[in-house]
Design a protein around this ligand. Sequence first.
Ligand code: PLP
Length: 363
Amino acid sequence: MAIKWSPITEVPLDRGSLSLSNKMIRLNANESPYPPPEIVLQAISASMHEINRYPDPSGQELKNRLATKYHVDPAQIVLGSGSGDLIEHIIRGLFHPGREVIIPHPSFPLYQAIAQSISFTIVKTPLHSNGTVNLNSIADNLSEQTALIIICNPNNPTGGYLPLSDIDAFLSRVPEDVAVLLDEAYWELTDAYDDPDQDSIHLLKKYPNLMISRTFSKFYALAGIRLGYVLTPDASVSHAISQRLSRVMPNRLALAAGVAALSEEAESVYKIYRSMIQRERTRILARLTQQGLDVFPSQTNFVTFQWEDSEKILPLNNIAIRPGLGMGLAGYTRMTIGQPDDNERVLNLIEESLNPPSTIKHS
Ligand SMILES: Cc1ncc(COP(=O)(O)O)c(C=O)c1O
């Protein structure tokens, strides 16, 4: 007789977009188009020689580096194999039958997929028309049943960013027994990142119910290594999250990469990548707007705009992009900002599809 597994609840996520061949121009998963700086690659190779050894289960060196960068206690940091994984454990950890999670919509599909898989009651709140999270609408939906609020800032898939003052004002209205998870996967790509006073980390001192998730996948160009972290108000919250994670993670290569990525040498390379992405962002937004398309202002490494033909045109040209349909934005397309030549190819294809050459009639 076949062995019998207990039933699982399906988490319906579109992971197909991640399994594409590298021969495609990948503008579908908000990855960095640039490789990590040399110093990071060297740290990864050096740690390969010690791959027979388990990693430090506490990831202390990386926590110390992050703590120095953000002026927090290392005990306020929880490391994980990607921020998505940490977000999943936080949602699961805060589930109680009969309680609710409030999420923006459309937003990062993982929130809804995980919440649904555990029958967490979901309250969806619509975005502002400029693609930012509508905090008033979240506040209006707060109830005795609310256990968790998730804010994606900047929001994926629209790219809209809310300043720190808005988040602060909102948090002051949330009761302390309601947890708030601020997902900041794209924080380092916002213009506000240049001003340390705008960093939401300051709010951790004021709000004991706040958690902030960040990742090495986007700005740090390390999506393949799977490394993310959550910043918490104190060690007790960190402990509650850590207890729910697998016992030894992240892996040795990821920890080494993270430490090297935070070095001064690496940060100076990342700053150059960032300014190239920001320059391209401005250029792409302007070109799409010129075409009369409805375009969301973006503070991220992607741009989302109203264009229905992406699936018809781009795969034929070896370009992978994300249609809005699966993300709650039917009729829209999300394009990750790639290297300038690739962006130019996409822009040309969009312009050609919108302005087809008029058919020449022969008499
Ligand atoms: C808003 C948001 N949060 C979290 C993640 C998860 O990133 P990772 O698990 O690679 O850290 C993503 C990835 O695209 C994202 O867009």
